[in-house]
Design a protein around this ligand. Structure first.
Ligand SMILES: C[S@@+](CC[C@H](N)C(=O)[O-])C[C@H]1O[C@@H](n2cnc3c(N)ncnc32)[C@H](O)[C@@H]1O
Length: 234
């Protein structure tokens, strides 16, 4: 992965700059469409109410904000935050009709919003990519209103040995798929290694608790390939 260290730009920033235009197609291909089911479950778990404000951090091409607005019949606002302008531009193109969606090109570790502003904070397959997860969680807590909810969808640790063996084998093929479709294998080597390095369900729960969140729980999706962590600011 040498090529990513040739300038001062953050490694992860460069990874997503390289893949943003193929991000959606690769997501569908690599997950065989399962990411759509997970995201739908994620928003169902949130069970959002109308006349609320959601902030979706590391929003990518806007899948979560779109599902949220659909769920509340567009009677709420979704603020998409991502550091990658290319991702935000795709999100804008896909959702240009919606006056309920707003886009901000910002670092999730330093949000440009006042305290106690949002009813919901969501992050889907984003937190693993932050340089400082504690800072991002601190910001999540800060911008949420008291009574607000934090919901995180992220890759996690597979609970079953047999499934884990199969999953590891499958993961090994991802850089090759990346090479064929995007012409680059490095971003997908990063994807696999960042998933491996990320916390298990219980350790991540404790990290969320350390930022003052209450009633922190998680549920596994597909045997722990991914997990949804839920928490509240009280
Ligand atoms: C794997 S994508 C997830 C996109 C989308 N949430 C989804 O579930 O499809 C990760 C996103 O995180 C963004 N990202 C990474 N680090 C970030 C940071 N520090 N602040 C804001 N966005 C960041 C990347 O630009 C990328 O769009």
């Amino acid at each position: 992965m040498k090529s990513y260290h040739t300038n001062n730009e953050r490694f992860v920033t460069k990874v997503f700059k390289d893949v943003f235009d193929k991000y959606d197609i690769m997501n569908d291909l690599m997950s065989l469409g399962v990411h759509r089911i997970w995201k739908k479950k994620f928003i169902d778990s949130l069970n959002p109410q109308r006349n609320t404000k959601l902030i979706d951090v590391a929003s990518g091409t806007g899948d979560i904000a779109k599902l949220f607005l659909k769920k509340v019949q567009f009677e709420s606002f979704a603020y998409c935050v991502d550091e990658n302008q290319g991702m935000l531009n795709i999100s804008k193109k896909k959702n240009y009709r919606s006056s309920s969606m707003k886009w901000f090109c910002n670092d999730g570790e330093k949000l440009p919003f006042k305290d106690n502003y949002f009813d919901y904070y969501t992050i889907s397959f984003g937190i693993r990519n932050f340089s400082n997860i504690n800072k991002a969680l601190h910001e999540a807590y800060r911008v949420l209103k008291p009574g607000g909810r934090f919901l995180c969808l992220e890759f996690s640790k597979v609970q079953n040995d047999l499934l884990n063996q199969f999953y590891k084998l499958y993961s090994k093929s991802l850089p090759t798929i990346g090479k064929i479709i995007v012409g680059k294998s490095e971003p997908y080597e990063y994807l696999v290694s960042s998933i491996e390095k990320f916390y298990n369900q219980e350790d991540f729960l404790k990290i969320i608790e350390k930022q003052n969140f209450k009633n922190v729980t998680f549920k596994n999706l597909n045997g722990g390939i991914a997990a949804i962590h839920s928490a509240w600011k009280v």
